[in-house]
Each structure stands twice: as structure tokens, then as C-alpha cells.
Design a binder for this molecule. Structure first.
Ligand code: NAP
Length: 360
């Protein structure tokens, strides 16, 4: 590594929840860390921006598998390659983002080997919430030219999850799809992709304001899941538009099959990626006898990430960024906003900015 390159990096790491704090809530602290020398196949990325996912909050609450105290937070990040183990590496000086997972190359059914997500865990031992990150050259993807680092950081984990959910739901031009919890990072990207595909999209949200924002992004309409009668309201909206659902892409779990069955075609698919409404999913014989299918999903493969990013570039989709926080020390405000769930779009940190306290 050249003498001009940095030797240390600031990183946001997990410190164990102090004894007696109830409920448990791990701390997130900025620390200086050495930057290891590059080994063959590795590159050094100067991060421009990193983004939150809901899992970062689950990790602070201790509600995620394989949490590693002392590890760096963050699955998403984008920046510029400032050093390469091979001086002739064409990635040098390129703008890139990090693939957010390991262990899944291209198998359409699931990971080929031990699956892991960047940030906060024992495998892989790598997180994006840092000024500089050493990573395998094969684990970055060039940033499409229409996106800046903040927009790019808002894409990888949520974009990959949205892409695979859409593929499993068999969404295509002319299909009608319901996307639940539209304020979420995955849900908004799913909306943007489905609209670009030419599908008719309906949404649910806890907030009318978020439904209105979704309509501005191309949704046909939406209903508030916070009202018990939302399935009836959805039915009325679909009837008014002479539509029937071909598929549901769901963030919530719980009674999503039962509540949408009446408006979903026979053989229709419900793809669920999250459990914000509840950790189980109920199903009755009505759904079974109509051949309606419940399909679970987890992120996706590297091949999916490449295909999704090609689509993003081709359609010049710009991921929705709710807030850009100034510097890693402002991450505390990102966690608070994530907890409140008031944002529409991704929470992003611009790395290297002076860490002024954000006022959220
Ligand atoms: N399977 C996977 O690979 C995968 C990948 C990514 C995320 N996830 C999981 O998916 C969930 C969402 O992740 P995210 O990062 O998109 O989170 P996020 O940005 O924090 O969004 C969470 C969203 O959940 C929605 N929500 C809350 N209560 C709901 C309910 N009763 N019914 C439907 N939606 C509800 C809210 O929608 P409104 O704001 O519109 O009210 C909220 O915006 C989390 O549980 C996360 O762990 C799973």
C-alpha cells in the first residue's frame, strides 16, 4: 500500500449493552481502527455514503442471529476505489458499491454455502459504516452513472430483496400487485421497479401521507393498514379500477394471506420478506383450495444483484433517500428515526462529512 494511503479508519462498531439496561440495547460507537494491508484480490474503497436497513436496529436490540460485539455496522455502502492489490486493476478510481451478502452466487433456489450479510455479525466480518473498507474486488459492482453515492448506498440490500420478491411474485407488464408497508426501504424500491416494469401497483401504509407519496411514484392507490377494515377498502379500490390482484409483496406477515385472499386471483402468489406485522403467517383452507401460494424470500444472489442493478441503470431508477445524515457520529439520529418509522425512503449517512448533530 502506498505511503499516501490512510492507515486508520473511523468505523461505527457495536458495543455490548451495559449490564442492567432493560430492554437490552447495544451501543453504536465511532472508533478508530487499523486498515489492514491489501492481500491479493483485495481493494480499498473510500466510502462516500452508507445506508441503514431495519436489521441494523434489530441488531442493536439483540434480535438478530450471530451478532458480533465489536464488529462494524452496515450492509450498504458506496464509494470510490482508491487502492488495489494489483496496480493494473481496472477497478482503481472507479465508483462502486459493495455487495451486501456472502455465500450466494447464482443458485436460483437459495445460497450455495454459508450465507451471511455484511454488518454487525461474525460472518462476514465486514461492515460498511466506515470511512475506508478493504474488500475482495469480486464483491463490488460499478455504480451506474446516473446515481451519486448517497443514492447508490440506498440500493443494495433493499434493492436485492425487492428484485427477488418481484421475480418470485411473477410480476411483469400488465400485472396487478399489492405492496404492503410502502414506507419501508424494500417496499419503495419494489414499487419503483414494478412501475418501471409496467405493472399496476397498489399499496398499504400506516400513513396517508406515505400513500400519497407512493402515488406520486406511480402507485394506482392505497389503503391504511392501521384501519381494521383495510381489506374492504382495498376491495372497493380494486373494484373501482376493475382490477384483481395477481400477487402480493409483503413486509408484514401475520394475516396477510387471509386478508388479501378474496382479492387475489386463484393461483396468485404472496411473497413475504418481513415480519413487521407479526412473526407468524396464518392460512386457511380457503387459500389452499384457491391454489394461492405463500412464498418466503431472503435477499438474493450475486447474480440477482447484478441483474437488478442492470435494470436500475437501464430504467434510470433513483432510489428514494429520506434523509442524508452528516457523518458517522450522526448515526444515532438514524437509529432514532428508524425506530419511529416516520421516514419515506432510505436513511443515508454521507461519510466524511463533519459530524454535526442532525436535527431529526
Ligand atoms: N427477507 C429478507 O431478505 C429481508 C430483507 C430486507 C428486510 N427484511 C425485513 O423486512 C422488514 C422491512 O425492512 P425494511 O428495511 O424495508 O424496513 P423499514 O425501512 O424500517 O420499513 C419498515 C416498514 O414496515 C412497514 N410496516 C409496519 N407495520 C406494518 C404492518 N402491520 N403491515 C405491513 N407493513 C408494516 C412500515 O410501513 P409504513 O411506513 O408504510 O407504515 C415500515 O415502513 C424488516 O422486518 C426487515 O428485517 C427482510
Amino acid at each position: 500500500m502506498s505511503a499516501k494511503l490512510p492507515r486508520t479508519t473511523k468505523a461505527l462498531v457495536i458495543r455490548k449493552s451495559p449490564p442492567g439496561r432493560s430492554p437490552l440495547f447495544h451501543d453504536a460507537v465511532v472508533q478508530d481502527q487499523p486498515i489492514p494491508a491489501l492481500k491479493p484480490g483485495e481493494i480499498l474503497v473510500k466510502m462516500g455514503a452508507v445506508a441503514f436497513n431495519h436489521r441494523d436496529l434489530w441488531i442493536r436490540k439483540g434480535m438478530y442471529p450471530r451478532i458480533a460485539i465489536g464488529s462494524t455496522f452496515g450492509s450498504d455502502g458506496a464509494g470510490t476505489v482508491i487502492a488495489t492489490a494489483d496496480p493494473a486493476d481496472p477497478l482503481l478510481k472507479q465508483r462502486v458499491f459493495l455487495t451486501p451478502m456472502r455465500g450466494w452466487e447464482s443458485n436460483p433456489d437459495g445460497p450455495e454455502s454459508n450465507f451471511g450479510i455484511l454488518g454487525g455479525g461474525s460472518f462476514p466480518s465486514l461492515g460498511t459504516f466506515a470511512e475506508y473498507v478493504v474488500v475482495q474486488r469480486a464483491e463490488v459492482i460499478p455504480t451506474p452513472a446516473h446515481l451519486n453515492d448517497e443514492q447508490m448506498a440506498a440500493w443494495p440490500l433493499a434493492g436485492l430483496t425487492a428484485w427477488r420478491s418481484i421475480a418470485l411474485a411473477h410480476v411483469s407488464r400488465g400485472k396487478t400487485v399489492l405492496i404492503t408497508g410502502i414506507g419501508g426501504g424494500v417496499a419503495i424500491l419494489a414499487l419503483q421497479i414494478c412501475v418501471a416494469m409496467g405493472a399496476a401497483v397498489y399499496v398499504t401504509s400506516g400513513s396517508q401521507e406515505k400513500i400519497d407519496k407512493a402515488v406520486k411514484l406511480g402507485a394506482k392507490g392505497g389503503v391504511r393498514y392501521s384501519e381494521d377494515s383495510w381489506p374492504d377498502a382495498l376491495g372497493a379500490l380494486l373494484k373501482q379500477h376493475r382490477k384483481q390482484l395477481d400477487a402480493v409483496i409483503d413486509a408484514g406477515g401475520d394475516e396477510i394471506m387471509i386478508k388479501t385472499s378474496q382479492y387475489l386471483k386463484a393461483g396468485g402468489r404472496v411473497v413475504c420478506y418481513g415480519m413487521t406485522a407479526g412473526p407468524t403467517i396464518s392460512m386457511t383452507m380457503r387459500e389452499v383450495m384457491r391454489g394461492q401460494q405463500l412464498i418466503g424470500t431472503m435477499m438474493g444472489s450475486r447474480a440477482d444483484m447484478v441483474a437488478a442493478t442492470d435494470f436500475l441503470a437501464q430504467h434510470k431508477i433513483i432510489p428514494v433517500v429520506a434523509t442524508v445524515l452528516p457523518g458517522l457520529a450522526a448515526a444515532a439520529d438514524g437509529f432514532k428515526t428508524m425506530e419511529k418509522g416516520s421516514q419515506f425512503g432510505k436513511l443515508v449517512i454521507k461519510v466524511g462529512e463533519p459530524s454535526v448533530k442532525a436535527n431529526l
